[in-house]
Design a protein around this ligand. Structure first.
Ligand SMILES: Nc1ncnc2c1ncn2[C@@H]1O[C@H](COP(=O)(O)OP(=O)(O)O)[C@@H](O)[C@H]1O
Ligand SMILES: [Mg+2]
Length: 305
């Protein structure tokens, strides 16, 4: 569906992307991993059309989308197929949650206010938030809630591809787990294709169908989560061993275990994907809510609608 071919980019005499080749098929989750400064965000910005390559190209369903000469109207059409979650969610601070979600719909569609309201409700439910959240201002939300609202805003346009730049980097382990489950849930429910940029190998193991590892602008591994464990490349090994722990925000798992049942959380993470999908649609009617209440950190409103 999306293919990056021989992508090259330099800034001054620093080569940042050096012959990048990656691809993702419809309904797949591709994780691009790598250390800080390895070129992940620069790659991300090329994919969403904020930067143009010095060499190589990016194709969406066979159509080149990386040429600066692409007509703006053509590019707008392409961009509407993307849902983007920037690092830190990038919410509009002067708008409440409802207005944040309505923004892309008002900007890009002719939907009636009533339809917009319905879509907002649907998106919030999808990320496990109640309608009452619409009235909250971004400043009132925790980091995890902001990420979820950012995600709700990104999916409100029903994109075919979701692109995430470090969706869990600022989050604690419980929120990380929730965002990961959401990415999988959207894959199951909406057959959504995702490209997730992350330095968190734990998340990559949990959500990726394919992993590409980037180091100093080069792809040094491209394969499945199973294959990366078998990789003989010393840098790959160093990364997957060294970074493993950063999945947890707390250094000491004991501290963390005293507040939540970490064994259970880990078991849940280890469960195969099929089991994750069947957790949805619980008897309490919280269809879009894949986050188990037990692990909910902030108190949530109990009434619906
Ligand atoms: N607009 C820019 N101009 C010059 N250098 C840049 C620019 N954007 C990124 N870089 C450099 O490119 C390298 C890769 O950055 P980046 O893609 O942000 O890394 P990360 O993998 O942490 O996301 C870094 O050395 C960074 O300083
Ligand atoms: Mg980055």
């Amino acid at each position: 569906m999306l293919r990056v071919e021989h992508l090259k980019k330099h800034f001054g005499n620093q080569v940042v992307l050096d012959d990048i080749n990656i691809s993702v098929d419809r309904g797949e989750v591709l994780c691009v991993i790598g250390q800080s400064g390895s070129g992940k965000t620069v790659l991300f910005r090329h994919i969403i059309g904020l930067m143009f390559p010095d060499g190589g190209r990016i194709l969406l369903d066979g159509q080149v989308i990386s040429s600066p000469t692409t007509k703006t109207t053509d590019f707008d059409r392409v961009r509407k197929r993307f849902g983007i979650l920037f690092q830190g969610a990038a919410l509009f601070d002067s708008m409440d949650v409802g207005e944040n979600l309505a923004f892309p719909l008002r900007e890009h569609t002719d939907l009636t206010e009533r339809e917009i309201e319905r879509l907002i409700g649907e998106s919030l439910e999808m990320v496990g938030l109640k309608e009452q959240f619409k009235a909250k201002m971004p400043s009132e939300l925790s980091g995890g809630m902001r990420s979820r609202v950012g995600l709700a805003r990104a999916i409100v346009m029903k994109p075919e591809i979701m692109l995430y730049d470090e969706p869990t980097s600022a989050l604690d382990p419980i929120m990380t787990d929730k965002i990961n489950k959401l990415i999988l849930s959207m894959r199951e429910k909406l057959k959504m294709t995702s490209i997730v940029i992350t330095h968190d190998i734990g998340s990559a193991y949990e959500i990726a169908d394919k992993i590409a590892m980037i180091r100093e602008g080069k792809i040094i591994f491209n394969g499945t989560p199973g294959e990366i464990r078998q990789s003989r490349n010393p840098y790959v090994q160093e990364f997957i061993r060294g970074e493993r722990k950063s999945h947890y925000a707390l250094d000491n798992e004991e501290d963390y275990a005293s507040s939540v049942d970490i064994t259970k959380l880990k078991q849940r993470s280890a469960r195969p994907r099929q089991a994750v999908a069947t957790q949805q649609g619980k008897a309490d009617g919280s269809t879009g809510n894949i986050a188990e209440k037990k692990f909910q950190m902030p108190p949530r409103p109990t009434t619906r609608n």
